[in-house]
Design a binder for this molecule. Structure first.
Ligand SMILES: [Ca+2]
Ligand SMILES: [Ca+2]
Ligand SMILES: [Ca+2]
Length: 141
């Protein structure tokens, strides 16, 4: 479902900016956006998105083996939402399809989620683009 994917992408950007252990990403989307917007120009550039994604990767590699995989989340099966987010990240960046995303794979991965979020194709995701997506997803729920 395309829309579900788009919504997932919006959540990803929000979730990216939250520190490890934040229980409810999305509770304060404005703060999350500001955190990802490293240079404070009001939009998230490709570089900022990639940096946020890398930071998230480091947090997700819980067993410290240099790759994000199901092994890092032994209890993901009990939490369907967490498992879905994990699968989404892995599917997005797992270049050799072995179910593990290494840092190198992440660095080389395309960023389709970013492209989807950047609806006016100016190379950055603005606050209004993010808000529009959230609104649309909210209507569909
Ligand atoms: Ca920025
Ligand atoms: Ca790992
Ligand atoms: Ca891989």
């Amino acid at each position: 479902m395309r829309l579900a994917k788009i919504f997932g992408g919006g959540l990803l950007v929000v979730a990216l900016a939250f520190p490890a252990g934040a229980q409810r990403p999305g509770r304060d989307p404005a703060a999350a956006f500001a955190a990802a917007d490293a240079n404070g120009d009001g939009s998230i550039s490709r570089t900022e998105y990639a940096a946020a994604r890398e930071a998230r990767f480091a947090r997700m590699d819980r067993n410290g083996d240099g790759a994000v995989s199901r092994d890092d989340f032994p209890r993901a099966g009990q939490r369907p939402q967490a498992a879905a987010r994990l699968d989404e990240l892995i599917a997005e960046a797992d270049g050799d399809h072995d179910g593990r995303v290494t840092k190198a794979e992440l660095a080389e991965a395309p960023i389709p989620l970013f492209e989807r979020l950047d609806t006016n194709r100016d190379g950055a995701v603005s606050q209004s683009e993010l808000a529009a997506l959230r609104e649309e997803a909210g209507r569909r729920r």
